[in-house]
Design a protein around this ligand. Sequence first.
Ligand SMILES: Cc1cc2nc3c(=O)[nH]c(=O)nc-3n(C[C@H](O)[C@H](O)[C@H](O)COP(=O)(O)O)c2cc1C
Length: 198
Amino acid sequence: MEFKDIVTRRYATKQFQPRTIPEETIKELLELVRWAPSGLNLQPWRIKVVADAETKALLEPATPDEPQIKSCSHLLVFCVDTDFGAQCERLSRAMKEHGVPERVHDIVMGIATEMSHLPPSEMQAWLQSQVYIAATHALLGATALGLDSCPMTHFLPDKYSRILGLPSHLRAVLLVALGYGADEPHPKWRYPLEEILL
Ligand SMILES: Cc1cc2nc3c(=O)[nH]c(=O)nc-3n(C[C@H](O)[C@H](O)[C@H](O)COP(=O)(O)O)c2cc1C
């Protein structure tokens, strides 16, 4: 599928058919997500894949007025890993394992050290923005694989943490519901380029 077709075919799906996505397709999609870029190549995301009806039913009240939670085949819960220190240690190890030149390793870790002094709210915003890039891979990748999807931030993260038993350094920031659309897409509209360009 051409990229332009992917971009125009994707729509925020509110109702899915009662049809399960094959596990192979989910694996293919997660593989596309895995290759998302991130600042420092930190990859500060973890994803909980929810496919069972029981967990979806538990999450429903924590996702008010979002019926797609119930009808979707799979729900990807994108979490941000807020433990910057631990992730930097992991990053340093991984760069060495992957043969990243020492000079590059040291530059990256130097930037990471500078960043470690950011105020917590700025750090949280930076980490979270990386997770959105991975979620964008999921949205566009889903369309490329013949799936429909809905991104969602309208949910209660604290309740998600409790229901999914997330450790305290992980926080759900964005959901991607996946399946086969049963609704008619709304006509798309966007601001014209002249309102975007400065
Ligand atoms: C970060 C983000 C959060 C969103 N949150 C929700 C949501 O909680 N519930 C919902 O129904 N749609 C949600 N949407 C879908 C948007 O409403 C939708 O993408 C937008 O209206 C444009 O429509 P389109 O995606 O069909 O082109 C979200 C989209 C994004 C990118």
